[in-house]
Design a protein around this ligand. Sequence first.
Ligand SMILES: [Zn+2]
Length: 221
Amino acid sequence: MDPLFCNIFYISLTYYLIKFIINIIYGLNMSDKNIIEIFEKTNALLNGHFLLTSGKHSNQYFQCAQVLQYPEYTEQICEDISEYFKDFEIDTVISPAIGGIVVGLEVARQLKKKFIFAERQDGKMTLRRGFKFEKGEKVLVCEDVVTTGGSVFEVIDLVKEAGAELVGVGIIVDRSNGKVKFGVPQTSTLQMEVITYEKDECPLCKQGLEAIKPGSRNIQA
Ligand SMILES: [Zn+2]
């Protein structure tokens, strides 16, 4: 074999091998770190001492809508979902209103697919505004945040009731830390466990720090 070719071959091989190893070691963490940085920068993720609506306390508060204010970040954080589903056969992306709409629309835009949304009417998830599924239509469900997956499961019921085909589920933040399973291929940009404390057991209260109700003024990130 031509020695020059041999050299180029081995140099390329070494390069790709090193790149592969670096990706394995740093790849996932780096991307998670970037995502968290974006969430913190946009105040979507607040660190402190919070009183949640459940009455429990937490050292973090997450409000996805804060990051979705910025289309350039929305584009960036939806890319993981689009990338994951790019080779799947999809006709339509659907999201539960309201939080999921921005995410579903952006994923649909990146995948160049149709986008519709489901919304609650008298508490029940429904397709309105003339939206409907065809039989066998291939559907991807997108949502901003999943904790128990309630809204996504309701949208999945709509897909199945109409005889359409559920292809997968794409989420920005999986707060169940991977525990909620939809029974189809699913991906999340970030998995994050909610750490909550009962008021009496809260270590932050024990430090004498005051718990703030998120949404109230003067929240410090
Ligand atoms: Zn507390």
